[in-house]
Design a protein around this ligand. Structure first.
Ligand code: FES
Length: 653
């Protein structure tokens, strides 16, 4: 016969092809995911495949050693210059000569699956909006008066099915030298957003360019700004970094920033400038950390709450400060990075901002929904993203509700007497002996407990500097369990509690967690004010969750997911002792880490996910805590530790 059976693994796709068909062509015709940047010219090696030889009883074929053509000059050249791993072939050069089973290794797939770093270890599929393609352009001709750009556009349409590409003036300026230097072969960074009708050229290089195509996923929080730098070719996170939001000096929480804008003419402009400046600084720092050129960053995805959303965009947030809390726009946005003054990255870079759910429930909540997918859950899941504002989602595959709750920055270590951001030296774990009332703790940067031998040496570099959000949550919960604090949240005296660590301070008492004076370190106390701040924060969180449960008509949830920048660090047991979250079996309380950041990364690496989350957000029903009288009622009852009226049977068990 003059055709042969070709079976691709792992997809199992199969078909018969004329002898002599290149493997890449067969893959394309069968819809097998096999990458190619150079368009089959034997330059990029993205098309590498691994042919099998011998018996394949599962597929019912026997593959002869010469089932693929021998090495041609192009493949030989690639191998001698760049090298090819044992058994690998270039799919664009090797041709089908007999029945064959061909494996496509993960790195040769465009839609690679990347394991997300999360407790649930879900996979994320690569499908970036920006990718590099290599293209051969027709040379100009005296009789053909078209411009160089038009011939490039034609070549992209013919070779990459990229019809009607556009390019900005910056690209047009560099086009002619690049084409001539590359002898009419160029690599372009091609971007097509999910709503774009035309792909656009973001960058151009002479010849074959192998440099990285990078993107940033940014979680723009009220207190901290966190960024992940990702390689859009394979989804790897090259560096992650965070800074404090400089807007803190205009107000610690969102509403105080809105009032700053209301009271001070030009205040919104000032805050916009502050956040954009620090974004540029952060981008510079993260690029330095990863040792990459920030000009290789072509895309940025933002998730943020509505107030940060408006301030980032340069929109006065004043309407968000008063009912009915109207957003200027709730839809997603695709913009030029230049419009946001992001000067540190590529000049042609694009920005995608996830949609907001409502005036108080922002793109950060949308990102959490994208990462945790409550809309596909069979059981009733409560997701709380703990930050300065808590984003709360409740639902399952039939209905999802959302609200946000003003927890304030206490959970992030702010407004706490010895509070600090999660950083080396911060106390993050606390245990208090119920009998002796003596504490032991762990600090970020060391695995040892404070009473382990070697602790002092292990923490010598960072010192013990303060207590972070997860540390204060554990400290308060442990104090409650050890009887140092009553259900109302009052710290007892030394006589009442039987420990000299409870010391008078004015008319209240404080608990001495750590006295570092001998080592030149600080004294870390948990004060009555700290307990109050945590009570306010946790009541707001709990009340928000209860409000959603009321709306859903349920008294219990099947599972609870703790998310947030430090969500991964909160101990479920302590969260429940405190009454931060409703009662649920402890084994059904899990941490998702920074789900908003993960959602941003998914939207960055997979353009189809953007369309998906936009559709999901459309169907999420939002509940407004600010105008709901029952919120206040729930809030007051949730002030007690764990709660004044709601039972916690799982806690007793
Ligand atoms: Fe580029 Fe095969 S497609 S080397």
């Amino acid at each position: 016969t003059d055709d042969a059976l070709v079976i691709f693994t792992p997809s199992g796709k199969r078909g018969r092809f004329a002898l002599g068909t290149p493997v890449l062509t067969a893959a394309r015709q069968l819809g097998v995911d096999l990458d190619s940047v150079c368009g089959g010219r034997g330059i990029c090696s993205k098309c590498q495949v691994q042919p099998g030889i011998g018996e394949f009883p599962k597929h019912g074929v026997t593959v002869a050693a010469n089932a693929l053509s021998g090495w041609n000059a192009v493949e030989e050249r690639y191998k001698s210059i760049r090298g090819l791993a044992e058994g690998r072939r270039l799919g664009c050069q090797a041709r089908v000569m007999g029945d064959v089973v061909i494996d496509v290794p993960p790195e040769s797939q465009v839609h690679k699956q990347v394991i997300r770093k999360s407790a649930s270890e879900r996979v994320m599929v690569m499908d970036p909006a920006t990718r590099a393609v290599y293209v051969a352009v027709a040379e100009p001709d005296m009789h053909e008066p078209t411009g160089d750009f038009e011939r490039l556009a034609q070549a992209l349409a013919d070779q990459w099915q990229a019809d009607d590409v556009t390019a900005n003036l910056g690209i047009l300026r560099r086009l002619q030298p690049a084409l001539r230097k590359g002898e009419w072969n160029v690599t372009v960074a091609l971007h097509k957003g999910h709503n774009d009708t035309h792909p656009r050229i973001l960058d151009i290089w002479p010849g074959y360019h192998e440099g990285p195509i990078l993107g940033l996923a940014i979680d723009l929080g009220s207190t901290t700004i966190a960024a992940h730098l990702c390689d859009l070719r394979d989804g790897r996170v090259l560096a992650s970094s965070g800074v404090m939001n400089p807007q803190i000096r205009f107000g610690e929480d969102l509403m105080s920033r809105v009032s700053y804008a209301m009271m001070n003419p030009g205040g919104d402009v000032e805050m916009t400038r502050a956040v954009r400046d620090s974004l540029n600084t952060l981008i510079g720092a993260i690029a330095t950390e990863a040792a990459v050129d920030p000009a290789a960053i072509y895309e940025v995805v933002f998730v943020c709450n509505p107030v940060m959303h408006h301030l980032l965009l340069g929109i006065d947030p004043v309407e968000l400060g008063q009912a009915p809390f109207a957003l200027a726009t709730s839809g997603s946005l695709s913009l030029d990075a230049r419009d946001l003054d992001l000067t540190a990255i590529n000049r042609a870079a694009r920005v995608y901002v996830l949609p907001c759910i409502a005036g108080h429930v922002g793109a950060d909540a949308a990102a959490v929904a994208l990462a945790e997918e409550p809309n596909t859950s069979k059981d009733m899941v409560l997701i709380v993203d703990v930050g300065t504002n808590a984003e709360i989602l409740l639902g399952n595959e039939s209905r999802v509700l959302a609200c946000s709750s003003p927890t304030g920055p206490a959970f992030e270590g702010a407004q706490i007497s010895s509070g600090q951001r999660a950083a080396p030296g911060a106390i993050e774990r606390v245990e208090i002996d119920p009998v002796t009332k003596e504490p032991r703790f762990r600090v970020i940067g060391s695995d040892l407990w404070s009473d382990d031998p070697g602790f002092a040496e292990a923490t010598a570099r960072s010192g013990i500097t303060g207590i972070c959000g997860s540390g204060i949550i554990e400290a308060v919960a442990e104090m409650r369990m050890a009887g140092l604090v009553d259900a109302k949240g009052l710290i007892g005296s030394a006589e009442q509690t039987g420990t000299l660590r409870n010391m008078p301070e004015g008319r209240t008492h404080s608990y001495l967690l750590h006295d570092g004076t001998a080592q030149g370190g600080p004294v870390i106390m948990v004060t009555q004010g700290d307990i109050r701040a945590i009570q306010l924060a946790k009541s707001a969180l709990y009340a928000g969750a209860r409000l959603l449960m009321d709306e859903m008509g349920i008294d219990n949830v099947d599972r609870v997911v703790l998310a947030g920048a430090f969500g991964a660090h909160i101990s479920p047991k302590h969260a429940m002792v405190l009454g931060m979250i409703p009662d649920a079996p402890l084994s059904a309380v899990t941490s998702a880490g920074n789900a908003a950041g993960t959602g941003a990364r998914i939207a960055l690496c997979n353009v189809a996910a953007r369309a998906r989350i936009e559709a999901v957000v459309h169907r999420i029903h939002k509940v407004e805590t600010a105008i709901e009288p029952r919120f206040q009622e729930h809030f007051v009852n949730a002030n007690a530790i764990p709660h004044a009226t709601d039972p916690f049977p799982q806690l007793a068990a």
